[in-house]
Design a protein around this ligand. Structure first.
Ligand code: C2O
Ligand code: CU
Ligand code: CU
Length: 520
């Protein structure tokens, strides 16, 4: 709590004493439908053949309510939590790690004391009691550690898990369910010879975030999934620290998306490939009906290039070579579906899913106001709106009236300004920094993307990724490529307090690429 000594008087309801007591007691007036115990702990688990791997993991148990609220995965990831819209949930989160920890329910619309802000981190042996009503529509969310400057290492070592939400509107669609509804949690990790997780942050990783060389699917190395000749629903989460995937089927079949971060799309949409940045979710419909038993269909990450071209002049020659290599991302196999059994019970893909009212400028609460999220850098660290993270602080432009609908513009600070700052820097670091794409995540409710503009006319690499963005669904994380300007409209309903917005490249986040919005 060291950082909390300087709480600003401008934060009603945030006294040090209140923060220290948050999460300590259950509210007896809150009648929970489901109660779950969730513990962050160290463990040794089989991930690769041979020696077990030392990991951090969430272990869970349903204390009260439907046992289906929790489903264990065999790997090092936490259990899948299955919630129903409208359900009241109480989670007893216990930290058994020899370091602070706190858990965030990514994508869930919860009050600020339940949101896992790093100011609420608890020490070893302590417990944080979360209570919230599930207010999200059906979809795929997740939970993960959100500890100050430790988010990247804790998530890397295993502190993450999936959340599904179901509701009436979804059930009416009769989408593939049960064994035909598959979670695909994608992570890249690196291992030592002795099967231990390797995590190194050199200058290069600081800029680009940590990219591992081994793909894990649902926390395991084995990525072959036996399927039947029928349709499946795939819930894909990129739970990697920094790696961005360009997902595609190996035989060139277009991808059919039915959902994004915040739930189901208004209607299915097809894509030649889909860019999936850290924390983003996409739900796919895949139909194996016409495939031969014994054949395979593989979900790949295709090669693409991180655009670096126009910044090249800033880097020293030697370093540029390394950057170009880093900018070229090789093809990777993510999951292989092996057609193992014939069946003829396949549901049909509905042509309409969940209606969505599109917001325009005329819907926003303060039509003449745009909230900025300016991506910048200073002293070799990334910033948002000109500052790095401050635990309990916010700026005037970060104040948002509660129960308002806001237009937000996410953009890179001007090239001029960056050029001037770059003048004092040596080597390729600046060029690499400049070229970084940033998956920007805003806590609270999901938003709509209104427009996406590429302002950098020299960015030819952009053409290798630009058709892979899903702009029509509910989003809580949006990948902002170099030179892009993205306008979104986001509601800030019900809950007051400090809500984070940050880059979900976890190394960037821990470097301070995170800020608070004060909603009040
Ligand atoms: Cu998934 Cu604040 O993060
Ligand atoms: Cu979040
Ligand atoms: Cu970033």
């Amino acid at each position: 709590y060291a950082a909390l000594g300087t709480i600003t008087a401008a934060m009603p309801g945030f006294s040090l004493a209140e923060i220290r007591s948050a999460g300590k007691t259950a509210n007896s007036a809150f009648k929970a439908d489901v109660e779950i115990a969730l513990t962050a702990q160290a463990a040794d688990m089989p991930i690769l053949p041979g020696a077990h791997t030392h990991v951090l993991t969430y272990r869970g148990k349903v204390l009260n309510g439907p046992q289906t609220a929790l489903k264990e995965l065999p790997g090092y990831l936490g259990p899948i939590l299955n919630f129903e819209r409208g359900q009241k949930v109480r989670i007893y989160f216990r930290n058994q790690l020899p370091e602070p920890c706190i858990t965030h329910w990514h994508g869930m619309h919860v009050p600020q004391v339940m949101d896992g802000h790093p100011m609420y981190a608890i020490d070893q042996g302590e417990q944080y009691i979360y209570e919230f009503e599930v207010d999200n529509p059906a979809g795929t969310n997740w939970y993960h550690a959100h500890t100050h400057e430790l988010t990247a290492t804790q998530v890397y070592q295993g502190l993450g898990g999936l959340i599904t939400v179901t509701d009436e509107a979804e059930r009416r669609l009769e989408l593939p369910s049960g064994e035909y509804d598959l979670p695909l949690i994608i992570q890249d990790r690196s291992f030592t010879q002795g099967n231990q997780l390797r995590y190194m942050l050199g200058m290069h990783q600081r800029m680009q975030g940590f990219w591992g060389d081994t793909i894990l699917l649902n926390g395991q190395k084995d990525n072959v999934i036996p399927v039947k000749t029928r349709a499946y629903r795939l819930r894909i989460l990129n739970a990697s620290n920094a790696r961005i995937y360009k997902l595609g089927w190996n035989d060139g079949t277009p991808l059919t998306a039915i959902g994004t971060d915040g739930g189901l799309l208004p209607r299915p949409e097809t894509f030649p490939y889909i860019m999936l940045a850290p924390a983003e979710r996409v739900e796919l419909w895949v139909d194996f009906s016409d495939r031969k038993v014994g054949s395979d269909l593989t979900l790949h990450s295709l090669p693409y290039q991180i655009p670096t071209s126009h910044m090249g002049g800033m880097g020293g020659r030697g370093r540029m070579g390394m950057m170009d290599q880093a900018g070229q991302h090789e093809a990777l196999s993510i999951a292989t579906f092996r057609i193992a059994e014939r069946t003829s019970d396949s549901p049909k893909l509905p042509d309409r899913l969940i209606p969505m009212q599109r917001w325009t400028a005329s819907h926003v609460t303060q039509p003449d106001k745009t909230v900025p999220i300016a991506i910048g850098m200073r002293h070799m660290s990334f910033q948002l709106n000109g500052r790095t993270f401050e635990m309990e602080n916010y700026q005037e432009i970060e104040k948002i009236p509660v129960n308002s609908l806001q237009r937000i513009r996410i953009f890179h600070e001007s090239g001029m300004r960056m050029g001037r700052m770059g003048g004092g820097m040596r080597g390729g670091g600046m060029g690499m920094m400049m070229s970084q794409p940033h998956p920007i995540h805003i806590h609270g409710q999901q938003f709509q993307i209104v427009s996406r503009t590429q302002t950098n006319s020299q960015s030819s690499a952009y053409n290798t990724i630009k058709d892979g963005f899903i702009n029509n669904g509910w989003k809580d994380t949006v990948l902002v490529w170099l030179g892009e300007e993205i306008e979104i409209i986001k509601p800030f309903q019900d809950h007051v307090g400090l809500f984070l917005y940050h880059c979900h490249n976890l190394e960037h986040e821990d470097m301070g690429m995170m800020r608070n919005f004060w909603v009040g």
